[in-house]
Design a protein around this ligand. Structure first.
Ligand code: ARG
Length: 458
């Protein structure tokens, strides 16, 4: 099959070179967007009187036929035609003849491929945002359902203070909400029309780029033809947003792995989201959560891949940029699957609420409440901290919990400690009292969820 650019060549491309330079094996994924862009381009060419209307109509009709052929798996992609752009254009010319040869007027594959990736990413990022919102709603629902359940909160992976399970869950909901905001923001820079930049310098023909932007739903038209064909910032930004998202899902996955261990027993994952061992019949492994943690590596790698691929490129288009597709496609697939699976895994797990609550009371987790009690009795916080530290030391030495101490014993540490101290050292009381804005009291957490739900609807 003759290549569209074969005119100035006398020898054929070598087979290994064809294989090395082709992108059709992976960029065929852009077919829908390539056709959508071409239909809009042909309409503009005809509106501007650059090509005859009847040819533009034939192009539109031919492209729609090709659309159906690809959709139904009847289209033959050819490696010798390099990429998706030339595959579709060649098929069009074969189908409608000379009129098809007018489609590539005032366009280059350089602005065409930039257009295709932007259209593709725009659609995928919108889907990712929808999946994020679904996950956020799942988390808010779980937080509401388990309102009042207490668990140990950790710092340095040591039991620190009792918290509401709902507060813990909402912490992740907040992370995912920021992720959604980041993707929304990235969309602003993705949704800019590069078409019309042509190879790098624009065109002598009277194109109407605003019109094409309108047809394709772009918010803006790119300002500089050279930048338009050599910019992949929008894709890098997408990868960076995804890397941060995966960092979050990975942290959550890590907790799911930990919490499902015998040692923690904070959750039981459903059979549908776990796998067995080929040798140990008793095992139920959190492989899904582990893979979620593990797949983070490929997304970080994809970001580094693309930053590195771009860093030395002179203006304007360079073929290196064809390598943008692997990291972008892989990231889209990984992020979407991860979000979907995480939401399902959460919806299907069971909490070991008793176990969590028992853990929350242990390890002197309400010691800070004693210190704050003393602060309310006008003891400076540093002194209060010191006194409470000594109480804890005493408890450790005498094998007692904070609630097992007699008032006499408390009094021996500070006269400011009264009988009512016992109403402050229970885990329920401790949690209830943390009413500060954003704190873990049921009151504050309910307010947080209310505000969060409103944001979800907006
Ligand atoms: N397949 C190419 C890519 O993905 C399309 C642009 C090719 N342009 C060129 N001048 N060879 O980047």
């Amino acid at each position: 099959m003759k290549k569209p650019w074969a005119g100035r060549f006398t020898e054929k491309t070598s087979k290994p070179v064809e294989q090395y330079t082709q992108s059709i094996s992976f960029d065929k994924r852009l077919w829908k967007y390539d056709i959508e862009g071409s239909i809009a381009h042909a309409k503009m060419l005809s509106k501007q009187g650059i090509i005859p209307k009847k040819d533009a109509d034939a192009i539109g009709k031919g492209l729609k036929e090709i659309y159906r052929e690809i959709e139904e798996g009847r289209f033959r992609f050819r490696e010798e035609l390099e990429d998706i752009h030339m595959n579709i254009e060649s098929a069009l010319i074969k189908k409608i003849g000379e009129a098809g040869g007018r489609l590539h007027t005032a366009r280059s594959r350089n602005d065409q491929v930039a257009l295709d990736i932007r259209l593709y990413l725009r659609a995928e990022v919108r889907e990712i945002i929808a999946l994020l919102k679904k996950l956020m709603a799942v988390l808010a629902g779980m937080a509401e359902k388990n309102m009042g359940a207490i668990m140990p909160g950790y710092t340095h992976m040591q039991r620190a203070q009792p918290v509401l399970l709902s507060q813990h869950l909402m912490a992740y909901a907040q992370m995912f909400s920021r992720d959604a905001q980041r993707f929304e923001d990235a969309l602003k820079r993705i949704n800019v029309l590069p078409l019309g930049a042509c190879a790098l310098a624009g065109t002598t023909l009277p194109v109407d780029r605003e019109y094409v932007a309108g047809l394709l739903g772009f918010d803006a038209v790119s300002e500089n033809s050279m930048d338009s064909v050599s910019d992949r910032d929008f894709a890098i930004e997408f990868l960076a947003c995804s890397a941060t998202l995966m960092m979050h899902t990975s942290r959550m996955a890590e907790e799911l792995v930990l919490w499902s261990s015998e040692e923690f027993s904070f959750i039981e994952l459903s059979d549908a989201y776990t796998t067995g061992s080929s040798i140990m019949p008793q095992k139920k492994n959190p492989d899904v959560a582990e893979l979620m943690r593990g797949k983070t590596g490929r997304v970080y790698g994809n970001l580094m891949n693309m930053l590195t691929m771009m860093k030395g490129l002179p203006l304007a288009y360079n073929r290196d940029m064809q390598e943008d597709k692997g990291p972008v496609f892989d990231t889209v697939d990984t992020a979407k699957a991860t979000l979907e699976i995480l939401a399902g895994m959460l919806q299907n797990l069971k909490f070991g609420l008793k176990r969590m609550e028992a853990g929350a009371g242990a390890a002197f987790s309400t010691a800070t409440d004693i210190a704050e009690y003393l602060v309310r009795k006008k003891v400076p916080f540093r002194t209060a901290h010191e006194i409470t530290g000594r109480i804890v030391r005493y408890c450790i030495d005498s094998g007692k919990g904070l609630s097992e101490m007699t008032l006499q014993e408390y009094k021996s540490f500070s006269g400011a400690l009264e009988k009512d101290i016992y109403t402050f050292i229970g885990t329920q009381e401790s949690v209830k009292a943390r009413k500060s804005y954003g704190g873990t009291s049921p009151e504050a957490v309910k307010a947080q969820i209310g505000k969060f739900r409103k944001g979800l609807k907006a």
